[in-house]
Write a protein that binds this ligand. Structure first.
Ligand SMILES: C[S@@+](CC[C@H](N)C(=O)[O-])C[C@H]1O[C@@H](n2cnc3c(N)ncnc32)[C@H](O)[C@@H]1O
Length: 419
């Protein structure tokens, strides 16, 4: 083994076209389902990047460096629906290879999708839900990454790799060419000596990094990021974010309008239930701000999100604002662990993207979940980009919906759960 793994891989091979290898040839990618994420004709369980990542690992001989007897630790990060981890598992099983394959994802619904797909294929689940990122990458020698949407999320993955992976780790980051920017190379270059982009194939490209740079002994992680106080409706609020937290430490403009509207509508004398749900809590703006904004509310904010980094950020935001005893943050897919008819008030700024695709289905899923969890006559308060025109869906799925406020961009509605 060479120091830093730099000489172990011949990255010049990336100058060639990458042909299909055994691992991808023998795997049926069309069998991968996205469930429990919404499914639609324009949304698949894999893309050309998954195959290019696996084939690139193949041509660099990253997967044949063990003799089959020695353990090879492979980690897939941001592996949407198992299109990276499951072909590896199937290949290792078919060839009696001693590979340990672990899949790690920020989104709980995606982790569930990977486990469901593994079950369908008769494979053990590669998902490590309970482990922290650094534990997952610890000792890994090959790390395959579907490039996440944000650079801060990539930085968090690469930083953890630099801190905990094997000294001779090979990191491959793949993505659709139109979303790959040179900033990705820059982030990789901060932590690795050698960074090289491969040739494009089917509009995807892979960037390889080897030769971990030693980190200073007093290295302090860049995460969580903590903001200076920001002013919202005249009240100072500090925000925290991890790499994949929606919006980072910014106050989302829709959420700002939402909270200002709630203040005007509820006024100071409003009565509140014992608990209020902050559905899709992101960086925890709503959960920490609500008790500050309405001192008469003495109950708990039940913050919930499918993103690990949202839940962790919401907890950290609550600590920063001395609200930790008021905010309970739970990682859950669309409140699946909340009992039917258990809550009186849900606050929601729904997502309208799945990865890089605009997808209304995810908002509809959260509306349906709200209809299930609300007591009869309970209320779902929602803010949405006006052009998405969710009023009809809210009427149909939850119950009578009233427009409370509207500005140039956003609409705030209240929906009463139909008995
Ligand atoms: C538009 S952001 C709103 C974040 C935050 N409430 C704010 O106002 O800044 C939507 C949030 O919904 C979360 N989300 C997406 N799918 C979800 C699901 N199935 N279950 C729970 N939360 C989900 C996303 O992770 C994201 O944090």
């Amino acid at each position: 083994m060479t120091d830093g793994g730099q000489d172990m891989y011949n990255l010049d091979l990336l100058g060639q076209d990458v042909s299909q290898g055994e691992i991808t040839r023998d795997f049926d990618f069309s069998a991968l389902s996205r469930w429990p994420e919404p499914e639609a004709d324009n949304l698949q369980g894999s893309d050309a990047t998954d195959e290019l990542l696996l084939d690139t690992a193949d041509i660099l001989s990253a997967l044949t460096r063990s003799n089959g007897q020695d353990e090879l630790r492979i980690v897939t990060l941001n592996d949407g629906f198992g299109a990276l981890s499951l072909p590896l598992q199937q290949f290792a099983r078919g060839n009696s290879l001693n590979w340990t394959i672990t899949a790690w994802n920020d989104s709980l619904s995606r982790e569930q999708a990977i486990s469901n797909n593994a079950t369908q294929l008769g494979l053990p689940s590669p998902v490590a839900t309970q482990l922290k990122l650094q534990e997952v990458v610890s000792g890994a020698v090959v790390i395959l990454i579907q490039a996440p949407r944000s650079l801060s999320e990539l930085r968090q993955l690469i930083e953890a790799t630099a801190l905990a992976a094997s000294a001779d780790v090979l990191v491959l980051v793949g993505g659709r060419q139109k979303y790959l920017t040179l900033s990705i190379n820059d982030v990789l270059g901060e932590y690795f000596n050698e960074v090289r982009a491969g040739r494009a194939r089917s509009k995807s490209r892979v960037i390889a990094a080897t030769g971990k740079r030693p980190l200073p002994e007093n290295y302090v992680s860049a995460f969580p990021v903590r903001s200076e106080p920001k002013t919202l409706a005249g009240i100072p609020l500090k925000l925290a974010a991890y790499g994949a937290t929606f919006g980072g430490t910014n106050i989302d403009p829709g959420t700002r309008f939402f909270l200002e509207t709630l203040k005007l509508t509820f006024g100071d004398s409003a009565e509140f239930p014992d608990s209020i749900v902050d559905l899709g809590c992101g960086n925890g703006t709503i959960s920490s701000f609500f008790p500050l904004q309405f001192p008469k509310f003495s109950g708990r904010m039940l913050a919930t999100d499918s993103s690990r980094d949202a839940v962790a950020a919401t907890q950290e935001t609550a600590i920063l604002n001395n609200e930790a005893d008021r905010v309970v943050a739970v990682r859950d897919d669309a409140m699946s662990t909340f009992p039917d008819k258990s809550e009186e008030l849900i606050l929601l700024n729904p997502p309208f993207h799945v990865g890089n695709t605009v997808d209304p289905n995810i908002a509809l899923k959260l509306f349906r979940a709200s209809a299930r969890v609300l007591k009869n006559n309970g209320e779902l308060w929602c803010v949405w980009n006006s052009h998405l025109n969710y009023k009809h869906d809210l009427n149909r799925i939850v119950g009578p919906t009233t427009e409370i406020a509207k500005n140039r961009k956003f609409t705030v509605t209240r929906s009463l759960k139909r008995a």
